[in-house]
Design a protein around this ligand. Sequence first.
Ligand SMILES: Nc1ncnc2c1ncn2[C@@H]1O[C@H](COP(=O)(O)OP(=O)(O)OP(=O)(O)O)[C@@H](O)[C@H]1O
Ligand SMILES: [Mg+2]
Length: 506
Amino acid sequence: MAPEPPLLSMSGITKSFPGVRALDGVDLDVQAGEVHCLLGQNGAGKSTLIKVLAGAHQPDTGRLRWRGEEVALRSPIAAMRLGIATIYQELDLVEHLSVAENVHLGHEPTTAGFVVRGKAARQSTAALLRRLGHPEIDPARLVGELPAAQQQIVSMARALSHDVRLIVMDEPSAALDPDEVDNLFRIVGDLTAEGVAVVYISHRLEEIRRIGDRVTVLKDGRAVAVGLPAKSTPTREVVALMTGRNVEYVFPERPTAPAQQDTPLLEVQGLARQGEFEPLDLVVHPGEIVGLAGLVGSGRSEILETVYGARKPTSGQVVVDGKALKPGSVRAAVRAGIGLAPEERKAQALLMLESVTRNVSVSSMSRFSRAGWIDRRAELGAARAATRELSLRPDNPSVPIRTLSGGNQQKAVLARWLLRGCRILLLDEPTRGVDVGARAELYAVVRRLADEGLGVLLVSSEVPEVLGLADRVLVLREGRVVHRAPARELDEHRVLDLVMEGSPAS
Ligand SMILES: Nc1ncnc2c1ncn2[C@@H]1O[C@H](COP(=O)(O)OP(=O)(O)OP(=O)(O)O)[C@@H](O)[C@H]1O
Ligand SMILES: [Mg+2]
């Protein structure tokens, strides 16, 4: 008997956009029941490749075989009919429709040829949500009201509502905390046990070790390694393939002398928001990086947004340079030198229709305007300097920001605050979606900014990141600080214990 052909094989796939060759002759084969990981730096072409696979982009050249037979995926529907489902990096749900409507969008359940709406759709959605380990999500809720992690579950329910043979996940874990990642991996395990193939994209190498079978590495639109064993290929080798150099995944050194302790830059005094977080006191001195560790839902983002003035506190105040800011005023916060790089960058931070330049300069426009005229050369020059500092790709700030890869969009948000010259930087999940090589650069930039006298308040779900980058750490659980310590006195286990079941600090 001839050996089974792979479930999917792509060969010689190329795809160009104006000025960029995103894919340049990529080969990929995926077997039924395997987890095939795609790795590569920001802009390497991962999302473009899976959009070709999802029928969302038409390749310029190349072939696709499905169970040995050549197919053309002319539309997302064609891919869906074969049993290919995709969970995108930037979720594509309709916010003003309910969970059940999103799950069944384009293929309402039918009985005897009649579309069944309402109750039947809600019941089948509820069954899918149970299977995904999230029975608490109400199928009748509007998707726009759900937090990011639950929206992703909805996206997954939509994928499973079809008879799926191959499921593609583009950075699914980026918005999840450790418990939810475990749940995701359980789902992946169930699917592969049933013979479903999974194509998995992540910047977290430890995840690829945990669930991956094989790894394909993309670099500059080419597959530089195809189908390496996921568990046994040394990290050094994987990183070298991705970056073309040897990068150490290291954190910058902390200054030998601790930051000046007598003149706080930022003081948060008894700040609270009812139902979100309890009265919080903290100080950030110039030169200091303070980290907030905690699970999704522990109030971390809410705290940053309240300090930034985007939410009004129920009590307490934010003090900069000894002066209390008007509560709930972003304008007052920005004027005092506070900058926020938010978690949901697409929805909250980016002007998707504008260029990279404008996205970077938008908070510093007064520097480039004279009597109503914008000095575009100065604006472009400044944006270019800020984006180079973060190795943003492509190295052309005139392109629209929506054409950038996920990780590079994130870098643009950070470049904005670099340019703004703010003195207090609030960073919410700064490396979500940022590749290994660029992370090290980003950490170095943040530390350098601190060395130059900035104060940084950092939130991250990745405990090693908080411990590696921050000087001092506050551990949060359900809106309350349960522990405070210098970062070097903590380790990952201790922090995870505290965030899961810590008792309040005395
Ligand atoms: N619609 C588009 N128009 C123009 N250029 C695009 C478009 N989509 C992607 N690109 C470019 O193609 C290249 C590959 O992007 P892609 O989104 O596939 O990267 P990625 O590997 O998914 O990166 P990340 O890890 O940051 O998400 C990038 O240079 C990107 O700017
Ligand atoms: Mg991507």
